[in-house]
Each structure stands twice: as structure tokens, then as C-alpha cells.
Design a protein around this ligand. Structure first.
Ligand code: GLN
Length: 200
């Protein structure tokens, strides 16, 4: 990977601006990705939080779904937050009818696992390798129901009814979180991903 990679942000739906801002703050070249030609210019990609069913439909309409799948299959690093985690999961529980994912991560995610809008919450969680906890915001978030053998668990919920649930994972250069580091004013997880991109 070049020392100056371009990390795109899937921009057909979701909290695109927040991710673009964090990447810009970290001094990373970035661009919103709506078309395959824009994806071609990227060394890595972030899939934002939003609504995974809408992301899926729009990616199909804009002929971005297959190119994305292909890039992920051929090793492009990617980071998904919330809906983006769902997009990167190989398997989905409680998906909408006919909803497909890009896949890549050998995980099963449960969509809206924490409940509907009212069940959104925030809390501090330990993130593998970080000295200080991460303040995590969950908004109609998925959790990871099951992981394959090659998947590393980076964070689990420590308190409340969801205690023990997996909310951050990594497999090679694919990373996903159930929560939204892009809206927390804490750039550490993005930096973690950028470091991964530089190493890949
Ligand atoms: N519930 C949303 C979905 O299924 C994800 C919510 C989010 O990204 N904040 O896509």
C-alpha cells in the first residue's frame, strides 16, 4: 500500500459527512463514493452508519454492489460502522426481505438487535489494545451473533441486558463496529483502521 492511501466513504446513504470529517482530521485523502469509477480511485473504503436495506438497494441501482463485492473479495481493506457492519457481514438475522450484504466478514449479525429506536444507548466499552475505553453510541444497532474461526473480537458490551454481546470485530483488513466512532469525537478507531490500511 502507498504511504498516502485514499480511503473512500460509501456515500449513497448514511452518515457520510462524519466519516469524511474524521478522515480529513487524520490527514487522510478521502472522497465520497457513489460510482464504480470513484471506487476505483480508492485503496480502502468506509461503509457508514445509516440504513443497510437502503444502502443495499441504492448500491444495486447505482451499479456499485458488484464492484464493491469484487473489491472486498480481492482484499480491499474496509471498515463498517453499524449499518456498515451489516453490509460487511456474511450472514444476517432479521434482515429485510431479499436484503443482501456485500459480505467479507465471517460473522452473523443480528439487525436491530438492541431493539428499535427507543433502545438506542451509549456506554463505555473496552476496545482491544486501547489503554482507555471507547465511549460507544448505539443507534438501532446490530450485534454480532456468531463469529467464524478467523475473526478477532475487538469489543463486547460489559453492562446491562446486552452484556457479553460482541460489538466490534476484525478479520484481516476488514473491521466493523456496531456503534458509531464517527460521531463520538474520538478518532482512535479510525486511526486503527488507517494503520491497518497502511500495513496491508
Ligand atoms: N438498523 C440499521 C440497519 O439495519 C442500522 C442503524 C445504524 O446504522 N445506526 O441498517
Amino acid at each position: 500500500m502507498s504511504t498516502n492511501p485514499t480511503i473512500g466513504v460509501f456515500a449513497l446513504q448514511g452518515d457520510v459527512r462524519e466519516h469524511l470529517r474524521v478522515l480529513t482530521d487524520l490527514g487522510v485523502n478521502t472522497l465520497p463514493v457513489r460510482r464504480a469509477a470513484e471506487l476505483d480511485r480508492c485503496d480502502a473504503l468506509i461503509l457508514p452508519g445509516g440504513e443497510s436495506t437502503t444502502m443495499y438497494k441504492l448500491a444495486r441501482i447505482f451499479d456499485l454492489f458488484e464492484p464493491l463485492r469484487e473489491r472486498i473479495r480481492s482484499g480491499m481493506p474496509a471498515f463498517g460502522t453499524c449499518a456498515g457492519m451489516i453490509m460487511l457481514a456474511d450472514r444476517i438475522e432479521d434482515g429485510a426481505k431479499d436484503q443482501e450484504t456485500l459480505g467479507g466478514l465471517d460473522i452473523t449479525v443480528r439487525r436491530n438487535a438492541f431493539g428499535r429506536q427507543v433502545a438506542s444507548f451509549e456506554g463505555d466499552i473496552d476496545f482491544d489494545g486501547f489503554a482507555q475505553p471507547v465511549h460507544a453510541v448505539f443507534i438501532r444497532a446490530p450485534w454480532v451473533e456468531a463469529v467464524g474461526t478467523g475473526v478477532q473480537i475487538l469489543a463486547t458490551v460489559k453492562v446491562g441486558e446486552a452484556s457479553g454481546r460482541i460489538v466490534a470485530v476484525q478479520q484481516g483488513s476488514l473491521v466493523a463496529t456496531s456503534f458509531h466512532p464517527e460521531i463520538e469525537g474520538d478518532n482512535r478507531i479510525h486511526r486503527y483502521f488507517v494503520d491497518l490500511v497502511l500495513k496491508s
